[in-house]
Design a protein around this ligand. Structure first.
Ligand SMILES: Nc1ncnc2c1ncn2[C@@H]1O[C@H](COP(=O)(O)OP(=O)(O)OP(=O)(O)O)[C@@H](O)[C@H]1O
Ligand SMILES: [Mg+2]
Length: 398
């Protein structure tokens, strides 16, 4: 097909002049391939819409075939980046050096002119948002065993980012669409470290508050306090979603059932958690274990961040290595307790594949306009179909 590609690894042939300026940057990176724009253009048939597999807040994602026939997911960062190539590569190095069974593998990138593109291993079974919580088009049946495996896998990936990687990485956007599944349904957390790749003056994600409402810990959303416990909160919401098979917010349900965490707390207090377990399981699950998973979800989403367990503890609790202390469960922190959040719902929103009764109007990615914690407040300004921006003034909405 005559598609000329050139990339290099450490120890390969001398770099072309075009890449020479990055030689120092890349010399420390073992596993990173630097792709030319031409090669990625060729791999995706000129970024053909037919090869587009999704679009998130960072930009479109294409399926592509690289040299030697390897499939890849090619994520084109849409920010009109003012971030220097060197700075971009510095951040990439961090992500690229991290390997774990439950983390999506970044295999390379392209930094050419204004182009900033990430190349990931292609994962065959899409995201949890599209398969488990999606529009019913998926053929995948998520048995109880599969679900427990997925929950434990995600928890392990997160425990690795939080407790083993140095410096620790807080993901900031744990949610169903960022959990990809490989051919064996092994979960892979994607987009870790991405928040730092978009420069501070960009609107989507930055070192400012970023995340998705519905998964966002109140202290982070309201005060911009970012710790690992904010990820634990998001994981707790995801855990409840996996057990119940429904999104965290469903505007079609009666008010008392609309928000999954409120519903979970309500059922927990009535000792009726079993009501929440996914009907699709047709009763084929371990009731005690499923209720335990929901309680772990509640432990993870408690209002006081310090009360939420570390992810390594969560792994132990999920796998049965450690019991849970029910007496410790306190009411979940709910953003709705702080404000009457008005989010403009767009029925045409396809960004997360959410076009069905399980649609979550709060599955909207947001970023703040300010690094200042005091300014990390919510506004109802929906800036695009999938992206909502925190403005720096809460009183916009009042
Ligand atoms: N490595 C991959 N393999 C297969 N499909 C992928 C891969 N990475 C992304 N996708 C697909 O592309 C879609 C869009 O991903 P992307 O991360 O850009 O958006 P998102 O997760 O929906 O939102 P956000 O921008 O907030 O992360 C995913 O939902 C998934 O279907
Ligand atoms: Mg994503």
């Amino acid at each position: 097909m005559g598609c000329f590609s050139f990339f290099f690894r450490r120890g390969a042939n001398p770099p072309t002049t075009r890449f020479a300026e990055f030689e120092d940057e890349l010399s420390e990176v073992q596993n990173l391939k630097l792709y030319s724009y031409k090669e990625l253009k060729c791999a995706t048939d000129d970024f053909s819409p037919a090869n587009k597999i999704g679009e998130g807040g960072f930009g479109p994602v294409y399926r592509g075939k690289l040299r030697h026939g390897k499939d890849a997911a090619i994520k084109v960062l849409s920010a009109d980046s003012k971030q220097g190539a060197k700075e971009f590569l510095t951040e990439i190095k961090v992500i690229c050096d991290i390997e774990h069974e439950n983390l999506a593998k970044l295999c390379g990138c392209c930094v050419e002119g204004d182009h900033r593109i990430l190349v990931y291993d292609y994962l065959e079974n899409n995201s949890l948002a599209q398969t488990l919580l999606g529009n019913g088009h998926s053929n995948i049946r998520f048995s109880w065993r599969t679900r427990t495996r997925i929950c434990i896998g995600i928890a392990r990936g997160l425990a690795f980012l939080h407790e083993e990687v140095r410096p620790h990485i807080v993901h900031r956007d744990i949610k169903a669409s960022n959990i990809l599944l490989d051919k064996d349904l092994t979960p892979k957390i994607s987009d870790f470290g991405l928040a730092k790749l978009i420069p501070a003056n960009m609107t989507h994600v930055s070192t400012r508050v970023a995340g998705t409402i519905g998964y966002l810990a109140p202290e982070y959303a309201i005060r911009g306090q970012l710790t690992r416990r904010a990820d634990v909160y998001s994981f707790g919401v995801l855990l409840v979603e996996i057990v119940s098979g429904r999104s965290n917010t469903n505007s079609l349900l009666p008010i008392e059932e609309k928000f999954i965490l409120e519903r979970t707390w309500d059922l927990y207090e009535k000792n009726e958690l079993i009501e929440l377990i996914d009907m699709e399981l047709n009763g084929d699950f371990d009731v005690e274990e499923a209720c335990k998973y929901l309680k772990i979800g509640l432990l993870c989403t408690q209002d006081i961040p310090k009360l939420r367990p570390l992810m390594s503890t969560v792994v132990k609790m999920l796998s049965g290595e450690m019991g849970i202390d029910e007496g410790k469960i306190t009411k979940p922190g709910l953003i709705s307790d702080f404000m009457d959040l008005k989010v403009r719902s767009n029925p045409n929103n396809t960004a997360n594949g959410n076009q069905n009764p399980k649609t979550n109007i709060f599955n909207t990615t947001i970023s703040s306009g300010s690094d200042n914690a005091e300014h990390s407040l919510l506004s109802s300004n929906a800036t695009s179909q999938s992206t909502m921006t925190f403005t720096d003034r809460w009183d916009h909405t009042n």
